[in-house]
Design a protein around this ligand. Structure first.
Ligand SMILES: [Zn+2]
Ligand SMILES: [Zn+2]
Length: 112
């Protein structure tokens, strides 16, 4: 019918086509969403609010795979995109070699 109807939205994790409106909104199929939530990631170096922010970033589909272990993460105000990797990130905190939640989100996604 229209262009939107023919566009296939794929899971950001496994690339399988998403069918339900909820999955499309989440960016992940239900299985991948569960695997990401339950991913075994060492969060001992992170504060609770950083863990919450990382989960929120994933839930909002504001972090998407680029290639290999690199992810594009949208800044909290939506004006910038950072390149996040499990051990480094181009955000202001990441550039200061601090642990930012983008790196944590990248680890969660890679561990799922
Ligand atoms: Zn999937
Ligand atoms: Zn960062």
């Amino acid at each position: 019918m229209n262009a939107a109807a023919t566009t296939i939205t794929r899971c950001l994790h496994c690339r399988r086509p998403l069918r339900s409106a909820r999955s499309i909104a989440n960016g992940y199929g239900p299985t991948c969403a569960r695997r990401i939530r339950n991913a075994a990631v060492d969060t001992t170096d992170y504060k609770p609010h950083q863990i919450a922010s990382a989960r929120e970033l994933i839930a909002d589909a504001a972090i998407v795979p680029v290639r290999g272990q690199a992810f594009a993460a949208v800044s909290s105000d939506g004006t910038e995109t950072y390149l996040a990797h499990p051990t480094n990130c181009t955000c202001p905190a990441g550039l200061k070699a601090a642990r930012c939640y983008h790196q944590l989100a990248a680890r969660m996604l890679l561990a799922a």
